[in-house]
Design a protein around this ligand. Structure first.
Ligand code: SAM
Ligand code: SF4
Length: 470
């Protein structure tokens, strides 16, 4: 990968230029239909195209936007949906993010950093549910609970092997690091490094990040450039929707993506779309300053899917089951399930006893088995695939395969094999029934290499072979 030295400032987010693009467009149906026709070719969109789509409110055109997003999603991702669980290891934090329960000034929160024994117990509980992919999350601290501690947690989690399985990919959502620290983190074998800018709007950023290292906008917005310079080529970006106008945020996100492509040779692997939730003890008790309606949220997902067709899009448990069901078809490729946001909650079996340690309120409280069943009944194919990262298909290598569509000949068979493995090892009778039907339907719709591989791999899984991937 040809990565230039990391940037020092976020000057690639040009607020005046973004404002100009937003002001220059009008809801013109002819121009909008031209953009949608271009978007359906799955080659991505530029800032002005996005801004035009943002002006949409006419129900007929909205339906055309959603239909275009569904088409592109279906073409590239098929009916696959990757599942993961967040693992909150520590809620200690030195920052003052007004919206977050973990903020340093929240004296009502029970502080906790899991011991390695406790991490092991949490991971065993997640493995027992059938999870294969984890997202390790922590507040920002240095010293005893800094990077070394996180790396120990990753090693502990990868080291857990029960008679029911193991975790095969760990992603992390952590505070920004120096290039050298990113290099160290890479040695722990993580998949994606996730970090959300929260808001790209400087003034809003300053107002909601009141103290601590996170109050430095430039340090945060250049973090992914440093991550790539440190050798991590799968990075995940995101915005916390509700802090500032979502239209501005989407265009700024595109500027971030283009800057990563220019300086590091590849854009982000994933985009997350969290909406701000009420958080116990946060400083924003009156609710999000720039709330995003359900309809606008669906527009966000659809516009992003059309703008960067090959970038994964992640939705978390922040959204209700109903909202997740409505947006999956529009472009989401990964969801979390059975999540808890308080350290230690998986082992203790719930949120109630240590709710005061949770980060924010969850919108979806269902267990993994139930989420899987519903997703399969809706016509999706749940996937626990971890093949790309384990076989070295990351960064530009992944994009090279993804763009011509070749990745499907890997993803579809891997989804079939990992889902079948889940059903055999963990599925309740009802979920097994729904899952087997989804697998049969999926294989029946496949052709060529994908079908041959899927059938052969499924047969190996049925014979009891673990971890069948291609
Ligand atoms: N401490 C690190 C940081 O801030 O980047 C990483 C972990 S932090 C717990 C992960 C993410 O949680 C943040 O980036 C933020 O977007 C999200 N978050 C914080 N408060 C939230 C809230 N009230 N509702 C939804 N998401 C929230
Ligand atoms: Fe700390 Fe992250 Fe919460 Fe901010 S969002 S208070 S940095 S855990």
């Amino acid at each position: 990968m040809n990565v230039k030295p990391p940037l020092q400032t976020g000057s690639f987010i040009d607020e005046a230029a973004i404002g100009h693009v937003l002001d220059s467009v009008r809801p013109d149906p002819v121009a909008i239909r031209e953009v949608l026709a271009k978007a359906r070719q799955a080659r991505g969109l530029e800032a002005r195209d996005m801004a035009l789509l943002m002006t949409l409110s006419d129900p007929e055109l909205l339906e055309e936007l959603f239909a275009s997003a569904r088409q592109v999603k279906e073409e590239i991702y098929g009916r696959r949906l990757v599942l993961f669980a967040p693992l909150y290891v520590s809620n200690l934090c030195g920052n003052e993010c007004a919206y977050c329960a973990f903020r340093a000034g929240n004296k009502t929160l029970q502080r906790k950093a899991l011991s390695q024994e406790e991490v092991r117990a949490e991971v065993e509980a997640l493995v027992d549910q059938g999870h294969k992919r984890l997202l390790i999350v922590a507040g920002e601290t240095s010293g005893q609970h800094g990077l070394r501690y996180i790396m120990d947690c990753i090693a502990t989690a990868y080291g857990v092997k029960t008679d029911r399985g193991e975790i095969r990919r760990i992603n992390v959502n952590l505070a920004p690091l120096e290039v050298e620290e990113f290099r160290q983190l890479k040695t722990s074998g993580i998949g994606t490094f996730q970090l959300f800018q929260e808001t790209y709007h400087r003034d809003t950023y300053r107002r909601v990040h009141l103290a601590g290292p996170k109050s430095d906008y430039d340090w945060r917005v250049t973090a992914m450039h440093r991550a790539m310079a440190g050798g991590l080529d799968d990075v995940g970006i995101g915005v916390l929707f509700g802090l500032h106008d979502w239209r501005f945020e989407l265009l700024a996100m595109l500027a971030h993506i283009r800057s990563l492509e220019k300086h590091c040779g590849v854009g982000p692997h994933t985009i997350s779309v969290p909406r701000m939730e009420p958080a116990h003890g946060s400083n924003v008790s009156i609710g999000p300053p720039a709330p995003v309606s359900d309809l606008d949220f669906k527009k966000i997902v659809a516009i992003l899917r059309l703008t960067v067709p090959y970038t994964g899009m992640i939705m978390s448990t922040r959204e209700s089951a109903e909202m997740r069901n409505q947006t999956l078809a529009l472009g989401i490729s990964q969801i979390s399930a059975g999540s808890r946001t308080n350290p230690g909650a998986y082992k203790s079996g719930g949120e109630s006893e240590i709710f005061d340690a949770a980060q924010f309120q969850l919108g979806d409280h269902r267990e993994l088995d139930e989420v899987i069943r519903e997703v399969a009944e809706m016509g999706y194919l749940p996937s626990f695939c971890t093949a790309c990262y384990r076989l070295g298909r990351t960064g530009q290598d992944f994009m090279d395969l993804a763009r011509p569509g070749e990745i499907k000949d890997h993803c579809n068979p891997n989804a079939v094999a990992t889902f079948l493995e889940y059903l055999q090892d963990y599925g309740s009778p009802e979920t097994r029934q729904a899952g087997e039907a989804a697998i049969a339907r999926e294989i029946a719709g496949m052709e060529g290499v994908a079908r041959q591989r899927s059938e052969a791999m499924a047969a190996r899984v049925r014979r009891g072979e673990p971890d069948v991937i291609c």
